[in-house]
Design a protein around this ligand. Structure first.
Ligand code: LLP
Length: 431
């Protein structure tokens, strides 16, 4: 199995976080997002421990909550003393409404409006990651009106082409995010920041992409960031207190994806930083990173009921499920691979090849193609694994399909973290 929270029981049912998934589907209905709270906490702890062990004092990971955002995840983060990364007023509001300590919150995004900035300051978010000069000036202006000094990081693009899908690779020079180092614009911006009165300029941020397994891109990013920091120090005499290297560690969606240890990766990054620190004669700042996917992805799976099984003679087979691109748009968007298991007969021979299709009125509404399964029957339960990241958070109401609930499981308890949307909810805002 691709993760240690999965197994198969004596009935041949798929077991997740110690629970029979077929029982869960019966109890809560389908489609159903199921999350393993222990796994989320385990990952948060692994990151925190590795940061303490390998990075300078005061270094902290942040959970990138765009991967999975609801009140309960912020409660878990608060209990685990995990900083958070938010990208919208919606995420700020959700975190704040749980009593999350907002000084541990970092506000990202490539185009924050004045209202967003004002909202973030009212919420007392600890740090705003500024993405453009317009934003910096707006932050300074709004902070001045409020009589405060706002801590910021400047997001720069180191100019790295990672091998992940183009739409989730963001460290390139040609990116809507951050200010480019290559073109000298980032350096010019630093000169301007240093003149701003209501800004506490804590350091730099970069993010090179997502679903990255190798250390190479981080090595390159660190080298470019240290080179940049040295240049900034020589030019302006400014040295950053914080260097945020973004998120991006990969997770196992399918067997052929490597299994990586975050602690080992962090140890490797720490070595890389030491090497660059020596090479450029710059002390290593406090390090931050923002893992999202690698904290929640394998802590989640989605359960569906099988509807029709259509065999098109001479072509291919379609297994239609009661969800689809509305609860998991990732195949439609990125052709992301997933492991699919027939949860009701997980041990049976997988001799039927099928495309798993959703029920939206759209040919591209597909969860996965060429999946090998025992030939399913109507009302059997199908599990799509590793859906804890960027599934619930990217779900939509296309075709006015209500979004599934999120059930959380831990050692002692199982509970609803997010309720199933109802048809009334669907019409709630309609006049
Ligand atoms: N920090 C920044 C600035 C980011 O832009 C992202 C992801 C992260 C951290 C977290 O990266 P992670 O550790 O989760 O890879 N919807 C896409 C992923 C978009 C990622 C956007 N930024 C997907 O479903 O694959």
């Amino acid at each position: 199995m691709i993760c240690d929270n999965l197994s198969i029981n004596e009935k041949g049912h798929l077991v997740f976080a110690g629970r029979d998934t077929v029982d869960l589907a019966q109890k809560y209905g389908t489609p159903l997002y199921v999350m393993d709270e222990n796994k989320i906490r385990e990952h948060m702890r692994e990151y925190k421990a590795a940061f303490e062990k390998y990075f300078p004092e005061g270094s902290c990971p942040e959970y990138a909550s765009k991967a999975f955002s609801c009140k309960q995840i912020y409660r878990i983060a608060a209990e685990e003393k995990m900083n958070i990364d938010v990208v919208s007023c919606g995420e700020i509001y959700t975190a704040m409404s749980t009593g999350y300590p907002m000084e541990n919150c970092f506000f990202h995004g490539n185009n924050k409006t004045d209202e967003d900035i004002e909202f973030a300051m009212e919420a007392k978010v600890g740090c705003i990651v500024a993405d453009s000069e317009e934003e910096l000036f707006a932050i300074n202006q709004i902070a001045k009106q409020k009589g405060i000094t706002q801590k910021i990081l400047l997001r720069v693009t180191p100019g790295i082409d990672t091998h992940t899908h183009q739409k989730i690779s963001t460290g390139n020079v040609d990116s809507k995010f951050g200010i480019a180092i290559d073109t000298n614009q980032a350096k010019e911006t630093v000169g301007k920041i240093l003149k701003l009165q209501n800004i506490d300029f804590a350091g730099f941020h970069c993010h090179i992409g997502s679903q990255i397994f190798e250390s190479g891109p981080f090595d390159l990013a660190s080298e470019l960031m240290f080179r940049f920091i040295k240049d900034i120090k020589d030019t302006y005499g400014y040295t950053p207190r914080v260097l945020n290297l973004g998120g991006g560690f990969g997770v196992r969606y399918i067997d052929s994806d490597p299994k990586i240890s975050f602690a080992e990766k962090i140890a490797e990054i720490a070595k890389i930083l030491e090497k660059q620190s020596k090479a450029f004669g710059i002390e290593i700042p406090k390090i931050a990173m923002e893992p999202g996917r690698s904290i929640v992805a394998d802590a989640g799976l989605t359960l569906y009921s099988v509807g029709s099984v259509k065999e098109i003679t001479g072509y291919k087979n379609y297994v239609s499920i009661d969800g689809g691109m509305t609860d998991n748009p990732r195949y439609t968007l990125y052709e992301s691979p997933y492991t699919v298991i027939l949860a009701t007969r997980a041990n049976d021979e997988k001799d039927f090849c099928a495309t798993i299709a959703g029920r939206c009125c759209e040919e591209g509404d597909v969860i996965q193609e060429n999946v090998m399964l025992p030939k399913p029957k109507r009302n059997e339960i199908l599990a799509v694994l590793t859906t804890g990241a960027y599934n619930y958070s990217m779900a939509s109401n296309y075709n006015r399909v209500p979004r599934p609930p999120v059930i959380m499981l831990n050692d002692k308890d199982e509970y609803i973290a997010v309720k199933r949307e109802t048809l009334e909810d669907i019409c709630a805002l309609d006049i």
